[in-house]
Ligand binder design. Structure first.
Ligand code: SF4
Length: 508
């Protein structure tokens, strides 16, 4: 959830030879992890979060997704096991985003990693933390190096003094984005809770069970959105259930105890697996815009066996207000859109229905069954949809379409501003707003309309900073630094030769 640089993992202690954390060596780490007994985990991640066309889009350390889910839950202790530099970056980012919780850390060195002492240290830390007066659950997250070294979190006790212990591997070389890492932990918790519910009575939700059947909402969203969704569901005789990832352990049971699941964010593969195992139907897309809301209400109604007449009544209640909100706040201008939260296609739909000319949407997440209705709708409206989009894809779209507004990640926004194109951060400014129903239609148009009108300010800024140079010469200098492209060319040639030799050796 960040517009911050990725936490770095430079030179982790006892990393396999050639491994350099998130800056390279992923193949080496994958091989090491498989050799250390983690192949089943890696195979499951490869199936849940398919790569391609790029191995891994450029985004922050994936483990942040799991860490954030743990830190947001009440009565949950979250502990990292990884290189100090990775933990530093992840802790910093957590507190930048107001975690207000302690991030636990079990440090290691080459010796404790290779002798198995690290696992004993983790075990000891979990036993010390597992106080039922303070915690419902302790979460342990193996980062890249402990995963590659096979630190066996699966051997931890499942519970200590009634406190659940949830150990997960979240390596950057196995989980492509921080969005999908949220699913790794949410899925592990749902699995645990499903087994508990299967074994006997479990805690009721804090406010008691809802009188109406509920729809569990899959994916973090703006706090007003579940309320708006609840209102839209009323004519169907349904109510909005918990949002997964949940904020409390007992909500997991209520989430499983639903009539159907709405995969608002389409990348929760492990969570969907648990809901499916619990016998729940899962519906894709979300109630965004007129077409999206009409289709979503119909799909939810159908999944819950509700009559066409009641579905029609629900549509008639919600659609006029959404249509009116979209009419009130028309957008004029060309926009390119990209991000790594997983909600990009929903935002794109809303922009198109608001009147924007949207030629491109890129998302760092993979294509899935749950994003298929959105892909189909967007492509039918002339939008190029790019899954697992790389920064290069997003920048190429910026160059190709010269938009009036670019919505994207930090480097995309930076590139747009350099061209005096108004730009907005997806994470901070778009995904922190309501998207659903009439509230979403109005709110998004307001902020984007204001940004579209900003071009003259960007031109003034470009003029103002026009004399400060670019690239190697950026800044105010007494003597402007001299560029030396010949050095870079020489190094590039040497590196290419080394790489070619390495490939040739591997082929022998
Ligand atoms: S845990 Fe892995 S992906 Fe994350 S910062 Fe460390 S090396 Fe990079």
């Amino acid at each position: 959830m960040s517009e911050l640089p990725s936490p770095t993992g430079a030179g982790p202690a006892a990393a396999p030879a050639g491994a350099t954390g998130c800056h390279g060596g992923a193949e080496e780490l994958r091989r090491a992890a498989a050799a250390a007994g983690k192949s089943a985990t890696l195979e499951r991640y490869a199936a849940d979060y398919p790569a391609g066309p790029h191995d891994q889009p450029q985004s922050m350390c994936p483990a942040f997704g799991s860490l954030r889910v743990g830190l947001r839950m009440r009565r949950t202790a979250t502990v990292l096991s990884g290189s100090a530099c990775c933990v530093y970056g992840l802790t910093f980012t957590s507190h930048f985003y107001g975690a207000r919780r302690t991030v636990g850390y079990v440090p290691f060195n080459s010796e404790t990693l290779v002798t198995g002492k690290l696992f004993e240290d983790i075990r000891e830390a979990v036993f010390k933390l597992a106080d039922p007066k303070l915690y419902d659950a302790v979460v342990i997250i193996n980062l890249c190096v402990p995963t590659a070294s096979g630190v066996p979190l699966q051997l931890l006790p499942k519970a200590i003094n009634g406190v659940r212990v949830v150990g997960i591997d979240v390596p950057g070389f196995g989980v492509p984005t921080h969005a999908e890492a949220k699913d790794v932990l949410a899925g592990a918790m749902l699995k645990y809770a499903r087994n508990e519910a299967g074994a006997g009575p479990v805690q009721a939700p804090r406010g008691g069970r809802n009188a109406r059947p509920t729809i569990t909402l899959l994916g973090e969203m703006f706090p007003a959105d579940p309320v708006g969704i609840g209102l839209m569901l009323e004519p169907l005789g349904l109510a909005a259930g918990p949002v997964v990832p949940t904020r409390e352990w007992r909500e997991l049971y209520a989430a499983l105890d639903c009539a159907a699941v709405a995969a608002i964010h389409p990348f929760y593969a492990a969570s969907v697996r648990e809901f499916t195992a619990a016998g729940r139907a899962v519906v894709g897309s979300a109630p965004v815009g007129v077409d999206g809301t009409a289709a979503w209400l119909a799909a939810v109604g159908k999944a819950c066996g509700i009559s066409a007449e009641r579905i029609g009544a629900a549509q008639n209640q919600s659609l006029p207000a959404i249509r009116a909100a979209l009419e009130r706040a028309r957008l004029r201008g060309r926009i390119t859109l990209s991000g790594y939260e997983g909600s990009e296609l929903l935002v794109a739909r809303l922009l198109v229905e608001s009147g924007a000319d949207l030629p491109y949407v890129g998302t760092a997440c993979a294509h899935s069954t749950w994003s298929e209705p959105d892909r189909e709708w967007l492509e039918a409206h002339g939008v190029r949809v790019r899954f697992r989009a790389s920064l290069q894809d997003d920048l190429a779209a910026l160059a190709e379409f010269s938009p009036d507004l670019a919505i994207g990640t930090t480097p995309v926004v930076q590139a747009a501003k350099e061209r005096a194109i108004p730009a907005m951060y997806f994470t901070n400014l778009i995904s922190a707003r309501p998207l659903m129903g009439a509230a979403g239609a109005g709110s998004l148009a307001q902020v984007i309309g204001a940004a579209l009108a900003n071009r003259s300010r960007f031109e003034t800024m470009r003029e103002f900073f026009g004399g400060v140079g670019e690239g190697h010469a950026a800044g105010v200098w007494e003597r402007v630094p001299e560029d030396r492209p010949q050095f870079r060319a020489r190094y590039a040639a040497r590196l290419a030769k080394l790489e070619a030799n390495r490939h040739a050796e591997e082929a022998v």
